[in-house]
Design a protein around this ligand. Sequence first.
Ligand SMILES: NC(=O)c1ccc[n+]([C@@H]2O[C@H](COP(=O)([O-])OP(=O)(O)OC[C@H]3O[C@@H](n4cnc5c(N)ncnc54)[C@H](OP(=O)(O)O)[C@@H]3O)[C@@H](O)[C@H]2O)c1
Length: 326
Amino acid sequence: MSVRFGIIGTGRITRRLVADLQSTDNVSVSAIASRTDERARWYADQYGIANAVTGYQELIDRDDVDAVYISLPPSLHKEWSIAAANASKHILCEKPLALTTDEATQIDQAAKANQVRWLDATAWLHHGRTQAIASAIADGRLGKVGHISAAVSFFQPFQSGDHRLDASLGGGCLLDLAWYAGGLIRFAAKGLPTKVFASAIDDSEIGSGVPQRVTAMLWFDDNVTATLSCGYDTATRKWFEIAGSAASVVCDDFTRPWADKPARCWIHAASGDVQQLAYEGNQEQEMILRLIGDSPLDSLQCQAIDTHRILDALAESIRLGEPVSV
Ligand SMILES: NC(=O)c1ccc[n+]([C@@H]2O[C@H](COP(=O)([O-])OP(=O)(O)OC[C@H]3O[C@@H](n4cnc5c(N)ncnc54)[C@H](OP(=O)(O)O)[C@@H]3O)[C@@H](O)[C@H]2O)c1
């Protein structure tokens, strides 16, 4: 039987995920909710969704909704994820999952208490090449992993009123972009750092008290280190390097491959040989299928909560201006 999704929010990313939901096997989109009647109707017509709903709780309470896709500013993720869980609806929540580890854990607990499944919409984790990279790390092709670096950015300008510039809505590149870079580092290091040191630049000309650029170092057990760079003041970067004693993995489009180009990722050997990693698939559809499937989601949920632990530590280091233990 088809899993019927309800969409909460009508932001920029909504259009893309609605198309992915509508094109995934055994999934349909039955309703979309906005705070305003006009917006709900306009988006329902645009996306070909049967029901336009005014109010998020009204959507959650519908009998024709089995799961929700939450596409709201980060400050609203916890409230509406927990509301969905309490109504026994499965949850696909946009990244970052919440504002803090504590909030993320509350979502997890509400979902478990109500026996619903949840994922954050961090689609790169579901791409076929992510599994290929995990295999390259695990099977020793890289030798011993020593250093990981990740960089995610895009250049302003923002539209006026963009939630990314509003601290009260969870704005700033730490939650928005270090979510990806910190998550990649956690994935490659297979765990949490022991210590981090981060600094942030807040350009008051464009900002409103939220980080515009974040630079960080992370230290892990076994002499593994990592560096992270993200910001709204450099052109689009979505890349990483996982450097091992025998070879390195290099990827320059990991958050989402460019629409008009095949996904890219290479193993660079010490000899100078370069091998393209083989992979295929649509990462968003894989993510949706995993959410509605019946395989355990624990490791993905742990990845999300650990990513919040890293971001919490980076925020604390920025606040104190010194390294902090994790
Ligand atoms: N996975 C990805 O690749 C990706 C890419 C971009 C963004 N995102 C994430 O997706 C989420 C939404 O991002 P977006 O860029 O689509 O956001 P957006 O364009 O700002 O839209 C957010 C929506 O949230 C609703 N909303 C409710 N209360 C709001 C408030 N106080 N201020 C502003 N909007 C409010 C609005 O819908 P109504 O007015 O209709 O209720 C609005 O359209 C964020 O968490 C972001 O990090 C993910």
